[in-house]
Structure formats: C-alpha cells, structure tokens
Design a protein around this ligand. Structure first.
Ligand code: F6P
Length: 358
C-alpha cells in the first residue's frame, strides 16, 4: 500500500525508562521496512522540536537498541504550552517554532513517546493543526487510556528485587525497613512491588495513611513474634493530615525531607521499633528493559507505524483487554490514571495481610 505518512518526526519526552529504545525501534523498523517511510529524530523531547535540533534517522540508528536502556534521542521535561510567569509571548514563540520546524521538515506526523505531560502537549499540538501519534511511556504506569505503559514492568522488577534484599537485612536486625519508590501521583509501582515483594505496609498516594493504624499493625506483628517488617512507600504517599491541606501548603510541608524518611521517623515515634530507610530513586528508571517491556514497547511501536500508514492521526496507541489498539489523544491529555480503591491488587494486598495505612 502507499502509506498516507511519508515522513514523520519522533521524540521522547519526560522521565526516561527502560523500553524507550525498544519502542523507537518498533516504530522505525515497521515504518521504514513495511511502509518505506523516513523518520526525523528530535533531540531531548519537545526542546529539540522547538530548536530544530534533529537528525534524519538511518536504519543503523535503530539497529541494536532493543535492549538498551534510556533513549537514543535524549529527553527533557520541556512543556511548550506552559507559561513562565505572565510572559505569554514565550509560549507563542515556542509553538510557532514547533509549527515552523514541522512544516519546514515536511513532516506528515509527529510521534511522541511520553507520559501524562507529553500527551497533554501532543493533544494541544493536534489542536494547533499538527498530526500527532502518541505512545504511553512511564515507570509510574499512570497514563490514562492504557492498561500498561512500557517502563512499568522493568521498574517493578527492579523494585521487587530491592525489596527481596531488604527482607534479609530487616530480619537480621529486627528492623522496620522503609523503601521509598517512585510514583508521584499514582501508586501503581509501590502497590505492585509491595505485593510482589511481600510488603507488610504499602502506602500509596491514593490512600492517605494514619500512622496509628500503621503502628498498631507493626506492634501486632511484634506480638506474633515477627520482629521485622517491610514498609513500601510511594514518593507521593501522604498522611491524612497532609491530604487535608491545600496543594501549596502540602508542597511546603514536604519540601525538606522525603516521605520514606518521614514515615520511618513516625514509625519510630509510634512504636519504638528501630527503622531504616532506602530511597530507590533513579535505579528504577535505569538499565536494560525487561522482556515484557521489550515486547510491549515493540508491539505499541508497530501499532503506531500502522496508524501513521493509514493516516489515523491524533491517537495514542494503548493496551486494552490485552489487545493493542488506540484511543483519541484527548483521553490521556491532562489526566492521571490513579489506583481505584476497588482494584484487585488492593484486594490482594489486604487479603495477604498487608496494611495500606487506613
Ligand atoms: O515520571 C516518572 C518519574 O520517575 C516519577 O516517578 C518521578 O517522580 C519523576 O519522574 C522524577 O522526575 P525527574 O526525572 O525530572 O527528576
């Protein structure tokens, strides 16, 4: 068939994750080999599109990158539509530069690999008249419209292995070991890793915690002769008191010490149990993608190439009922997919005796 798209731009935006290069490879190998298209790679997310920092991709650019972590294109958190102060001219300049580069390079469509923020920008660019296709990426797994984002499974494996290792040192010292995982607005990673790693307490942003409930749970474990505990905390988890604050006050309150250390201190005060904290941080975003993420990223990439070929623009490829399909860009734009209270993984955590803080 003669594809509707001849030339496409491609960029990776937001926090990097394992699987990005697998997805780039999926898009490009299908687009080049199945449809004879040409790709233009932009450096460092939307910043490269604004500044015209690009290179026309050759086949060797996306050979041998299936297992490579990070992104060969680079990434940034550039948000072209975000006003800096009251200076609205900057937004106009950035958006004009994007349109100019898009048309000067004779692009038929822009492929965006990113999370919530990236898809919000993608949707706004579509409203400005560009053709855009999105792929859902983030270790947080919180992009609305897809059951899974690539990056999540790799981070889940990394976090679970870390939790496994904490069990032995916690038991050796009769401590409550707190591990802080990524997940600012949604607790998918902490919840799944908490269940997979046998966490005794799992705290996620969606369920504000009461330290007394946690203390009672840990003291009960002590009475049952379990001298150690594993406490898994999402970086966005918050106490009931914090949940009642307005956003700005909560941000100020959380500025100086990360939640993992805060929860450890509260546990010590509440129970006098010795605690230690591990903040796993960017290790969760690094290294080789898991097999599952490589397969998901490749299948989403190929599906994106098909959307390009048939001119089905302004959509995000997604996983739905274990099928690769697509949704309108308005679905992920500006939204966060949080853990619903009735999710089966919450039921599973409770059923095996984990405390979720309430
Ligand atoms: O978006 C994924 C994520 O890893 C979040 O879990 C984390 O809070 C954030 O990125 C860190 O952002 P940055 O890489 O800009 O420090």
């Amino acid at each position: 068939m003669t594809p509707v798209t001849k030339r496409f731009g491609i960029l990776t935006s937001g926090g990097d994750c394992p699987g990005l290069n697998a997805a780039i490879r999926g898009v490009c190998r299908a687009a080049y080999d199945k449809y004879g298209m040409v790709g233009v790679g932009f450096a460092d997310g939307y910043r490269g599109l604004i500044n015209g920092d690009y290179r026309v991709l050759k086949r060797e650019d996306f050979w041998g990158i299936l297992t490579r972590g990070g992104t060969i294109l680079g990434s940034s958190r550039e948000k072209p539509f975000k006003n800096i102060g009251s200076d609205y001219d900057i937004v106009d300049e950035k958006v004009s530069a994007i349109k100019e580069n898009y048309h000067e390079l004779k692009l038929d469509c822009l492929v965006v690999l990113g999370g919530n923020g990236a898809h919000s920008t993608a949707y706004k660019l579509a409203q400005e008249g560009l053709n855009v296709v999105g792929l859902p990426k983030t270790i947080d797994n919180d992009v609305q419209g897809t059951e899974r984002c690539f990056g999540f499974h790799s981070a889940l494996s990394i976090a679970t292995e870390a939790i496994d290792r904490l069990h032995t040192t916690a038991q050796s010292h009769n401590r409550a070991m707190v591990i802080e995982l990524m997940g600012h607005k949604a607790g998918w990673l902490a919840l799944y890793a908490g269940v997979a790693g046998g966490g005794d307490v799992v705290l996620i942003p969606e369920i504000p915690y009461d330290i007394k409930t946690i203390g009672d749970h840990l003291k009960k474990r002590l009475q049952e002769g379990k001298g150690f505990s594993i406490v898994v905390v999402a970086e966005g988890a918050m106490s009931c008191k914090e949940a009642a604050m307005d956003k700005k006050a909560r941000k100020r309150q959380r500025e100086n010490v990360s939640i993992g250390y805060r929860v450890a201190g509260e546990i010590k005060c509440e129970t006098n149990i010795e605690t230690r904290t591990t903040v796993l941080g960017y290790v969760q975003r690094g290294g080789v993608p898991s097999a599952s993420d490589r397969a998901l990223a490749t299948s989403l990439g190929v599906a994106a190439a098909d959307l390009l070929a048939y001119g089905k623009y302004n959509r995000m490829v997604c996983l739905s009922n274990d099928r690769v399909t697509s949704v309108d860009l308005s679905v992920p734009a500006g939204k966060t997919r949080t853990v619903p209270r009735n999710h089966y993984m919450i039921d599973a955590a409770l059923a095996v005796g984990a405390c979720l803080g309430r």
